[in-house]
Design a binder for this molecule. Structure first.
Ligand code: NAI
Ligand code: MG
Length: 355
């Protein structure tokens, strides 16, 4: 298979973790005979420094000519006092909008060997394997904003088409996972939630193989902590999804292992670790590259349909953890922390041995 990938390393630890993930990608390409062409471009603070623009036109053009995007992270104290238009995160918001990446997928899966790091009891966290599907380009974050001396308002607005496409995505995912969909809303008070719930009910007819439940967001916020193993696919709007996906991310206790995807209806997508640019550890080769490596696995799965290759990366990452190899963020008492590259070498060796 031939594919073009735009690589946006970004700021802080972004370039290190992306370089590690690209090494893994190259090994997979060799093993399975694929040709992945890489084009590097600038985003975030690095792009501000070079082009005075967090998402330069050149970068957009490069992305348009590719089949998927791999992103590191953006941001850092260097740009914290810049005006709004010249802030690194503006590049992130814009790239999602420019490419209409309306579905944000955040899988949360427990790695048995990492459960000591979870704030939850082992028996609560150990069976977690869920996917939060968050609507990313609509709702209250993008509705009309008003502010006077005495009042402020943010409009929460969704149209039918916006809800239908994200709900379809979630049903499709549920059907190839464990066949369970939880739709999250606040239908007891919000009109947008009532439309959302109605559309899920309509769509349900077309997915008879999926079991659907509707839950209120406040109830889900509790259940994610008391019984996270209950969930398979969880679909929700932009703001609820923002909050619930961050809540769900602490279940595993390891920010450095969580990947994400932002996709649309065709196969194009943007893949990035959930964590930020961790400027205080940048350039030291101590960052955990697992989240970015697993983001590459998501790219292979969701943009390229390469399920076997994706599963091979996930298997390798899990095996390296099971063998007791960790970077500094996860190393256990008395253990030796591997550098970013050393840990990546272990993953590569794991994939290589099966040639
Ligand atoms: P962060 O995720 O960068 O760091 C939070 C904590 O986790 C820090 O202690 C950091 O050292 C650690 N950490 C994160 N990723 C790690 C990894 N791969 N390996 C080892 N340790 C890791 O979030 P923070 O500190 O709130 O933000 C730092 C910068 O990142 C800010 O400029 C922020 O705006 C930006 N940011 C960017 C995001 C993105 O590009 N998608 C998302 C979140 C924050
Ligand atoms: Mg957030």
């Amino acid at each position: 298979m031939e594919k073009k990938i735009t690589v946006l390393p970004g700021d802080g630890i972004g370039p290190e973790v992306v370089a590690a993930a690209i090494r893994v990608l190259k090994v997979v390409a060799k093993k399975y005979n694929h040709d992945f062409q890489l084009a590097y471009a600038a985003i975030g603070g690095a792009a501000i420094d070079q082009f005075q623009d967090p998402l330069p036109e050149e970068t957009i053009e490069t992305c348009k000519q590719s089949d998927a995007i791999l992103l590191g992270a953006v941001g850092g104290p260097k740009w914290d006092n810049n005006p709004a238009e010249l802030r690194p995160e503006k590049g992130l918001l814009r790239i999602r909008k420019v490419f209409d990446l309306y579905a944000n997928l955040r899988p949360v899966k427990a790695f048995p060997s990492l459960l000591d790091a979870s704030p939850l009891k082992r028996e609560v966290a150990e069976n977690v394997d869920l996917m939060i599907v968050r609507e990313l380009t609509g709702g209250i974050y993008f509705g009309e904003k008003k502010r006077s001396e005495t009042e402020a308002s943010d409009l929460n607005i969704y149209n039918r088409e916006e809800i239908e496409r994200i709900v379809d995505n979630a049903f499709e995912l549920a059907r190839v996972r464990r066949g369970r969909l939880c739709s999250v809303d606040k239908a007891n008070v919000l009109e947008t939630s009532r439309l959302w719930r109605q559309i899920v009910e309509e769509k349900k007819e077309h997915y008879s193989d999926v079991t659907v439940e509707h839950n209120l967001v406040d109830s889900v916020a509790m259940k994610l902590i008391t019984n996270p193993g209950h969930y398979d696919v969880v679909v929700t709007d932009n703001m609820f999804g923002d909050i619930l996906s961050d809540e769900a991310s602490v279940i595993t206790g390891s920010l450095g292992v969580l990947p994400s995807a932002s996709i649309r209806s065709d196969s194009f997508g943007l893949y990035e670790p959930v964590h930020g640019s961790a400027p205080e550890i940048a350039g030291q080769q101590i960052a955990n590259p697992a989240a970015t490596i697993l983001s590459v696995a998501m790219m292979l799965h969701y943009s390229f349909g390469l399920q076997e290759e994706a599963a091979e990366i996930e298997r390798a990452v899990n095996a390296v953890f099971e063998d007791g190899h960790y970077t500094a963020d996860l190393v256990k008492d008395g253990g030796i922390a591997l550098s970013t590259d050393e840990w990546t070498d272990k993953v590569i060796a794991e994939i290589d041995t099966n040639f």
